[in-house]
Design a protein around this ligand. Sequence first.
Ligand code: FE2
Length: 432
Amino acid sequence: MTPITAPARPAPPTLPHWEQTPGDLAAAIREIKHALRARIESSGRTVDEVFAVISERVRVKVTEIAEAKERGETVWPVIEYADIEKGSVTPEELTKLRSRGCLVVRGHFPREQALAWDQDIVEYVEGNQFFENYRGPGDDFFGSVGSKPEIYPIYWSPAQMQARQSDRMARVQSFLNAQWISESGGVKWFDPDRDSLYPDRIRRRPEGADSAGLGTHLDPGTLDLWMTTAYQNAFRHLFDGTVEEYDPWDASFRTSGPQYPGSTMCSAFRTFQGWTALSDMDHDQGVLHTVPIPEAMGYLMLRPLLDDVADDDMCGVTVNQVFPANEEWHPLLIQALSGIPDVKAGDSVWWHADMIHSVDPVVDQKGWGNVMYTPAAPWCPRNETYSASVLQAFQTGSSPSDFPEEHYERSWTNRFHEADLNDTGRRGLGIG
Ligand SMILES: [Fe+2]
């Protein structure tokens, strides 16, 4: 008698892919949605079933967060810098960090140091007549407040570079990178102990400011997240019927792929986005919020495949605009939006690179709202490629290529110079 075996399941259909922005976006969206649905269904599960699994995972967290708020607890994990330095962060703190995907590092820098950096930045921009020469926002994503900008397109001040190449920054970046899986299947996807020094801007929002804030969105990419081979591999478990295995901390395939160009793009792979506070800020003064659920990315990626979304629509995601998260398509997620607690100058704030975030509006802001953006962008093929253009921008005082071509600092002779780099700075720029 022949043993009964289950019929072999045919190999799942391969996915079409576009390594550059497709010429016909609507056609490409229709094609990829059809292919993703077919691929999921070839596993024997329906798209609805797969989405229900990720929804449930998210719903459990949404409930947990609502209950924490009810109890008056701080939703955001808070860890003392001193504990990161000593290696004495507790397992409970680590569990909360991995669960929520965001973090406040208390006392990352001494408060006096942060306030001195803030003052140095003021002197740096004023001494170089930045405000007299300011030509208005170089992109339409961050508005300006009154005649002075809120976001300063300044990248190479001594203050920013001192923070970027400091031991304290390197230690926190390594700690955060270590929350990710950086090695799997014999591949080292990134080096958790080397940062690529991703230059970003400064925000200085003055006392009394009114600001419209920023709506809920995410930054890792747009249509490329569904359409390039690298991301299709990175999100493989969402699309092949093994959704239970989707791990938002797995860096596999994320560190070498291309990204579609756009005015708000980030060429680098970041484990966490972050900023360091250069002023004290209260939690109700127009601060950062996140949906502190790393798994929400799985929800965002699968939601457009449901039947109630038009065939040529990815729930509003398109190239050259930030990836929106909203009440229309993601009401479950938006419920969990949680703001940072009060922070002091010298604290730093971090959120998983895929995380939904927003900035609250504020009217007549109390105190300043000053931050220096510094992410954790560990060394990997993608960041190594970008670092070549960063080095050139650094040497010439130019705006880095991910940002509008404003180049204010080219003629500013007191910007940070190559001779001032330490080992961390050199390694970050690929010259050490
Ligand atoms: Fe953002």
